[in-house]
Design a protein around this ligand. Structure first.
Ligand SMILES: *Cc1c(COP(=O)(O)O)cnc(C)c1O
Length: 420
């Protein structure tokens, strides 16, 4: 079931007053649900020593949410300096930040190593010699190429720009050792919105096998393996949930076997985004127009600047109309925003109860890769973000963009060159 019924039930009685107080559109996140998922993940992997989840910041880069995650013991997977800055600003330590970048500039490495530094996850063998200083710990991102099929959403690893090949791995670690690196990790990220837990267990098995291989050749006793993110959530009502317990049981078994065989085991890191916050967010928007032409259109006051996934990936997001969940007369409609872009549609040919202007639509599962992916094309501004707290209060955790924000980059010192 998309969007937990608990969140829906918590939100429903408050929604009219929230709409009145803050105005639509907005994304709203559920503190209770996010914390429950954090606790479930931690509990599932508790038998693996040193398990740690590094939340993928790109999914929901809001400091208020990140502070909640940090309080639950999570670290942060960052792929840009602004993301690292967000993590540092809420008090994350070096070991709480993993810098998984690609096509990285020397300047970015410099900033990443500034202050306390962070864990560097290198995307290519050529980058070791470009680092401004040699850190004590280094991780490489592994791309198995045709040794493994990627999941259907992320595609064929042979065509992915990420990571070091199997043949390069040994050399990568050898060179790092020669440069004085003392501790090592290995990372991979092969899945996106994967609902089959066995795929994640196989990913852990693959990395453990490589550790055995490298240990045999170079004697490295790895600090950790990071199996990436990509755990799926059910966006449609008939999709079963990802079986976290079964995944954890499988991975724990693999770790136990590795430990028995080698007399040591690495720590386990993960970096999920979607699974942690996805179902615990919703985009709330008001009906402002109805139009009947070749199709029936319901026009709402949010547009794809607030949620790109339907327009970009044809992704399904479940929608319910507040107070009309059980209305019997369904109508087939497209739910549209205001962009001059025909894929600015939150739903296409969806059967929804008949609506009236002023009705409140709740678009489910926008807690990850929702607001964060928004953009300003066509002069559309991104909406505010709210947090429904455990005590039932609602807090503004990001204001809506304004025209001043939109025009801010037109404020600059004049600069001209030539003519020569
Ligand atoms: C996007 C991303 C993630 C998070 O993916 P989810 O599907 O949200 O779990 C994790 N790691 C890396 C390197 C990513 O690029």
């Amino acid at each position: 079931m998309p969007m937990s019924s608990d969140f829906k039930n918590r939100l429903a009685p408050l929604l009219p007053q929230i709409v009145q107080t803050f105005g639509t559109p907005f994304h709203i996140y559920d503190e209770t649900g996010i914390e429950q998922t954090c606790e479930a993940v931690t509990l599932a992997f508790e038998k693996i020593d040193g398990f740690k989840e590094y939340f993928a910041v790109k999914a929901l880069p809001n400091p208020a949410i990140m502070a909640l995650l940090k309080a639950k013991g999570f670290g942060f997977d960052c792929s840009s300096i602004p993301e690292i800055t967000l993590a540092r600003d809420i008090g994350s330590q070096a070991t709480d930040i993993m810098f998984t970048s690609n096509n990285t500039s020397v300047q970015q490495f410099q900033s990443a190593l500034d202050k306390d530094g962070c864990i560097l996850n290198l995307d290519d063998i050529s980058l070791i010699s470009k680092l401004p200083k040699i850190p004590e710990l280094i991780c490489f991102r592994y791309n198995p190429g045709n040794k493994r099929t990627g999941n259907k959403i992320i595609g064929n690893p042979m065509e992915a720009k990420y990571g070091v090949t199997h043949d390069q791995l040994l050399d990568a670690y050898k060179r790092s050792m020669d440069l004085g690196v003392k501790r090592f990790g290995i990372h991979t990220m092969l899945a996106s919105n994967e609902l089959d837990y066995t795929y994640m267990v196989e990913t852990a098995d693959m990395l453990l096998a490589i550790l055995g291989e490298i240990h045999g050749r170079l004697g490295i006793q790895f600090d950790f393996i990071n199996i990436g993110g990509g755990l799926g959530i059910p966006y449609t009502p008939d999709t079963p949930k990802f079986d976290l317990t079964a995944m954890a049981t499988g991975v724990t078994r693999s770790f136990d076997a590795f430990n028995k065989q080698n007399g040591w085991a690495p720590k386990l890191y993960m970096e999920s985004g979607r699974f942690i916050t996805g179902p615990h967010g919703a985009l709330v928007t008001s009906v402002i127009n109805h139009k009947k032409t070749y199709r029936n259109y319901v026009g709402v006051d949010a547009s794809m600047s607030a949620l790109m996934r339907p327009g970009m990936y044809e992704a399904y997001h479940h929608i319910h109309i507040h107070g009309k969940e059980d209305a019997p007369d369904l109508k087939r409609v497209d739910v549209v925003g205001a962009l001059c872009e025909n894929n600015d549609k939150f739903a296409i040919q969806r059967d929804l109860p008949a609506t009236q202007e002023g009705d409140i639509l709740v678009i489910h599962d926008t807690g990850a890769h929702g607001h964060a992916m928004g953009f300003n094309y066509n002069g559309h501004l991104r909406p505010k973000e709210l947090l429904l707290k455990k005590n039932g209060s609602v807090e503004l955790i990001r204001r809506a963009e304004t025209m001043e924000d939109y025009f801010a980059t037109l404020n600059f010192e004049p600069k001209t060159m030539g003519p020569a």
